[in-house]
Design a protein. Structure first.
Ligand code: COA
Length: 330
């Protein structure tokens, strides 16, 4: 039966490295606080006016090269981001123009840290149904231009980094395939992690007073997000495994979203899963939201931690709230 598989991947982070000590020069924070609470040591931030589609193009071209394909082979673009280049149109359209493939449908996915998993399930459905052959799925974020880098915004500012990860998803009749995905959302908790302005429910969408109050910056109830993450992630992991007749011991590699090393350590402990089988790279990149899972997965493929034939489990959690888990036979 036709399924979908990841034919090639690519990732990119901008060259500028921002260390915890660099941030300590901008706001009241310390390397010790950030490292202890989050595991993050540094992140990459863009310089100047660089939008998510620019990072996405580099990651996408890498994924195409790895798959041995050209932009002309793509028949659908899925672009997951919470930091689109523009309020509208979507970054998928901008990426399509950058790749020089006018006419190819392009769709944005607004599911934050779970965006790549929502996109992968969508790509899988398109391919299984025969509606598409080669889907370019990309997660890309530029957080650095949208966070409050003063002491007022320090709880959020220290967490996020810029980057992009991409995959070419295509058809397969073989064993290597996306096995199943389970996705969830709970909008009752939308306000525990959000950017409220500019937005349609605000009239005016932005005012000098709102700017002064910093209402255009992300707002987060960190403790609540943490608590939800460590409950929902083990739940969805157990559920997708059970539904597909697997035990946790069948999983060779777990690639979780990189929000906070402490979240991933707690989830790993709660599952009783071997920590050495978990891919974590938040130390280098911070939280790159929709880009975090594909960047971590691609790094693990390149350095040999993910090998052909292995059972790989992807898991994500983020604003929305949204969360999910995807099983892939590599
Ligand atoms: N540097 C130094 N101190 C900071 C700080 C920073 N960057 N950010 C916050 N603080 C201070 C707070 O002001 C507070 O001070 P107070 O005790 O004087 O009031 C103190 O540190 C503790 O803050 P608190 O928010 O209770 O810390 P915490 O232990 O909950 O850790 C997070 C904060 C953000 C690291 C943690 O809640 C977290 O990681 N949550 C999940 C966030 C996440 O993953 N978001 C993305 C989801 S996809």
């Amino acid at each position: 039966m036709t399924g979908s598989t990841l034919l090639g991947m690519g990732h990119y982070v901008p060259p500028r490295v921002v260390t915890n000590n660099d941030l300590a020069g901008l706001m009241e924070t310390t390397d010790e606080w950030i490292t202890q609470r989050t595991g993050i040591k540094e992140r990459h931030w863009v310089d100047g006016n660089v939008g998510a589609s620019e990072l996405a193009e580099i990651a996408s071209r890498g994924a195409l090269a790895e798959a041995g394909l050209t932009p002309q082979d793509i028949d659908l673009i899925l672009f997951a981001t919470l930091s689109p280049d523009l309020n509208f149109p979507g970054s998928g359209c901008l990426l399509q123009a950058r790749l020089g493939i006018p006419g190819v449908p392009a769709m944005d996915i607004r599911n934050q840290c779970t965006g790549f998993l929502y996109g992968l399930k969508t790509a899988d459905a398109y391919i299984r149904s025969g509606m598409a052959r080669h889907v370019l799925l990309v997660g890309a974020e530029v957080h650095s231009t949208g966070i409050d880098v003063t002491t007022r915004g320090r709880d959020v500012a220290v967490l996020f980094g810029d980057g992009a990860g991409a995959a070419i998803v295509g058809p397969t009749e073989g064993a290597a395939r996306v096995i199943d995905s389970e996705l969830h959302a709970d909008g009752r908790f939308a306000e525990i992690l959000m950017v409220e302005a500019p937005a349609s429910r605000m009239n005016p969408r932005l005012s000098p007073q709102m700017l002064e109050e910093g209402r255009h910056y992300p707002k987060m109830d960190g403790r609540s997000v943490f608590k939800h993450a460590v409950e929902r992630l083990p739940e969805v992991i157990h559920s997708v495994l059970k539904k597909n007749g697997y035990a946790l011991s069948d999983v060779d590699v777990l690639v979780p979203h990189q929000a906070n090393l402490r979240i991933n350590e707690m989830v790993t402990r709660q599952l009783g899963f071997a920590p050495e089988k978990v891919v974590n790279n938040i130390q280098k990149y911070g939280n790159t939201t929709a880009a975090s899972i594909p960047i971590a997965l691609h790094e693990a493929v390149l350095d040999g931690r993910v090998k052909k034939g292995q059972l790989v489990l992807l898991a994500g959690f983020g604003a929305g709230l949204t969360w999910g888990a995807t099983l892939v036979r590599w």
